[in-house]
Structures are given as C-alpha cells and as structure tokens.
Design a protein around this ligand. Structure first.
Ligand code: GLN
Length: 188
C-alpha cells in the first residue's frame, strides 16, 4: 500500500509515522506527480486557509480535486474542511468533493480544544479517544454520506462517503491506530 500524505503544512509527520507503523509505504505529497502512484491520500490537520493557499501556489488544487473525486482520500480536521462541499466561506480554496457542510472553528478558539471518548461506527465496541484542536464539525451531510460518529450534542464529527473519509479530530495524535487501519481497509 502506497499512501500519500499531503505535506504542505500541519500534522503530516504524525500521520506518516502511524501509517508506516501499520506497514504502509508513505509518500509526502507536494507535487501533482506525487499523486500518481498512490492507493490513497491523507490530508492532515493544520490550518485549512494555509493549506489552501499553498495548494493553490503549488498548482495542486485541480490535481487534488481530481484525485479525491475517484480515489480513497481521508481528511482530518483542516483536511475535513478541505474536502467539504460547503464551508460557508467563498474566499477560501477548498476541494468541494464531499457532500458535507462544515463549520470551521465550531467550538471556539484554541483554548476550547478538548478530548472525548467517542463511539465510532466500524471501529468496534471500544470508544476512540478523540482529540479536537480548534476543530470543525459537520452541520449537514448529504444522502450518500454515512455518518460514523456524533458528539452527544448530535454534531457530526466523522463521516464516510464511498471512498472519502472525514474526521474532525486528530487520530494521529493518540496511540490508537484503529482509524488509520480503517482508512487502509478503505484504500485496499
Ligand atoms: N482551525 C483549523 C482550520 O480552520 C483546523 C484545526 C486543525 O486542523 N486542528 O483550518
């Protein structure tokens, strides 16, 4: 399995480490050509405005969009924002490939970051310790979207649409590798 991690900004090293530990070959993606051999792509958390700016400057927006339209792609946190069809802001470049409406910084500022044990569909009975850092959430999901996790407030924080996966939290920052294993199964 050759998994790419978009390596423009944000927590790409952490994703790379988990994926390697699970036996995947990992490619840091900075050029359109880096996408060609991949079985799947992870778009990490970070700052979605910065990732969008850099992807635009590197000529990566359309290649990333083409990739995510047909091939396994997982966005975490800022990556979830990047995948969404609608974030209620016109100025910020996003891929607009996944049928979710996402609210950026939905929980407030950096200081309002939190951790919660979250039951996630497809990961088994044990809840997943989810770390939310200035996280987004999905306020709506289209009919083709399978919601995998909601907070107690019912807000959507993990979802899948066919080959697309989105999580509002940071699974690469905890030792539990089940979310990465889930994506590798999806990419296989
Ligand atoms: N707040 C960031 C954004 O809007 C996302 C934070 C994160 O990825 N941890 O892009």
């Amino acid at each position: 399995m050759n998994i790419g991690v978009l390596a423009l900004q944000g927590a790409f090293i952490e994703h790379e480490a988990v994926l390697r530990a699970l036996g995947a070959t990992v490619t840091q993606v900075r050029l359109a050509a880096d996408l060609e051999p991949l079985d799947g792509l992870v778009i990490p958390g970070g700052e979605s405005t910065t990732i969008g700016k850099l992807a635009t400057n590197f000529g990566l927006m359309q290649p990333l969009r083409d990739f995510a339209q047909t091939r396994p792609t997982w966005g975490t946190c800022a990556g979830m924002i990047f995948l969404a069809k609608d974030i209620g802001i016109d100025r910020q470049p996003i891929l607009s490939v996944m049928d979710i409406t996402v609210n950026r910084n939905a929980f407030g500022r950096q200081i309002d970051s939190f951790e919660v044990d979250l039951p996630i569909k497809g990961l088994g009975a044990l809840p997943f310790h989810a770390v939310f850092i200035r996280a987004p959430l999905a306020t709506a999901a289209g009919p083709e979207v399978d919601v995998l996790a909601r907070l107690e407030t019912q807000q959507i924080v993990a979802a899948r649409q066919g080959h697309l996966l989105a999580t509002a939290f940071h699974p690469e920052l905890t030792p539990d590798t089940r979310m990465h294993e889930y994506f590798l199964r999806l990419a296989r």
